[in-house]
Write a protein that binds this ligand. Structure first.
Ligand code: GTP
Length: 235
């Protein structure tokens, strides 16, 4: 096994599938199966999921809403997605624990690092909800923070493209994919992969990131088995 413990970052938008809002049940179920297969490799898996399919703080600010208020609403959206994913995983027999950065005892555990690590050691998938619990931070940053805290070997950022390209492959047909790239190169070339706070945290803590296509069934497991998929971002 290539990695002992990973942090999987999923975008909220990805959960929409072909819908324009909310959660697509087929997509959710498909992700759950992929995660179950990944668990079967023996790898310990923690997950951070975004909330953009339900609410985006930044856009709310453009519409005149207070930024902090919008960010908190976005954090609550991630808890909704986390609960949906937890439910989908439990439906197919995967043991999970959900921890939230904002306390909501009736719904999930509070984030306690040592408890999260214990759950992982017991083979449970741990989902971290409510981002980092702070406004002005993205779920990418929360993912990196949690990955560092639980000492994950790598962050796997599941997207709908199969890696990092020289330009947006959905707009520029001549764009080519990087097999590997450094954080500095991503920064110099202005490639949009993660926000700078997330990147800086990765860089300072020597945490690798693999950007890959999560919508292609089996990809997650293939990476865990050592296949070189997507783009590897290194320090
Ligand atoms: P170990 O006993 O250490 O293996 O872990 P455990 O998670 O099974 O033990 P615990 O008794 O802490 O949790 C049992 C169940 O209660 C799990 O489903 C937890 O997610 C859940 N749980 C624990 N703390 C809280 C909490 O503060 N709020 C909510 N809603 N659920 C909790």
């Amino acid at each position: 096994m290539k990695y002992k413990r990973i942090l999987l970052k999923l975008s909220g938008e990805a959960l929409m599938g072909n819908k324009s809002f909310g959660i697509d049940n087929d997509r959710l179920a498909e992700y759950a199966v992929q995660i179950k297969d990944a668990v079967s490799t023996g790898c310990e898996i923690a997950i951070v999921i975004g909330g953009g399919n339900i609410f985006r703080g930044i856009q709310a600010e453009k519409g005149g809403m207070d930024r902090v208020q919008g960010d908190y609403m976005g954090m609550l959206a991630t808890v909704i997605n986390s609960m949906a994913l937890q439910s989908a995983l439990e439906n197919i027999g995967v043991y999970t624990r959900l921890q939230s950065a904002i306390k909501m005892e009736q719904i999930c555990e509070p984030f306690i690092r040592r408890k999260a690590v214990r759950h992982l050691e017991k083979g449970r998938v741990v989902i971290f909800g409510a981002g980092s619990g702070n406004p002005y931070f993205t779920t990418d940053t929360a993912a990196v923070l949690r990955a560092i805290e639980i000492e994950a070997d790598v962050i796997l950022k599941g997207t709908r493209v199969d890696g990092i390209y020289t330009a947006d492959p959905e707009k520029d047909k001549t764009a080519t994919k990087y097999e590997t790239i450094t954080f500095s190169e991503v920064y110099e070339k202005g490639l949009e992969v993660m926000d700078m706070t997330a990147f800086t945290l990765c860089k300072e803590n020597n945490l690798k990131t693999i950007v890959f296509d999560m919508n292609k069934t089996g990809n997650l497991k293939r990476i865990l088995e050592g296949e070189k998929l997507g783009t590897l971002v290194t320090v």
